[in-house]
Design a protein around this ligand. Structure first.
Ligand SMILES: [Zn+2]
Length: 103
């Protein structure tokens, strides 16, 4: 497991997930890449019963969640089953993909 990397504006401190040259808030350029702890809260969660890839097909399906990280960035994650909206979680990378689990 490893941590989540975000981009951070050097001017206003806003964080975002996907690569872009300028801050979406203040338009400052040259953001810095930062590693964050991955703490966050479940914003939405569901179970996928029809996996898009055969290797993801598991009996009973698998959970995905939208998690609002402490930095304000919302990320989609594979998730531990049984999570509830509003529950605190920790997001880490598993096989290169974000994964949310209870803290
Ligand atoms: Zn900014």
């Amino acid at each position: 497991m490893s941590g989540i990397a975000l981009l951070k504006c050097r001017s206003c401190g806003h964080h975002w997930q996907f690569r872009r040259a300028a801050c979406p808030v203040c338009a400052a350029i040259e953001p810095e890449a930062v590693a964050v702890a991955g703490g966050g809260t479940v914003w939405s969660v569901t179970t996928v019963h029809r996996a898009p890839l055969p290797e993801w097909d598991v009996p009973g399906g698998y959970a995905i969640a939208l998690v609002t990280l402490d930095e304000g960035v919302r990320v989609m994650c594979r998730a531990e089953s049984g999570l509830a909206i509003g529950e605190p979680v920790r997001v880490t990378l598993r096989d290169g993909l974000p994964h949310a689990a209870r803290t």
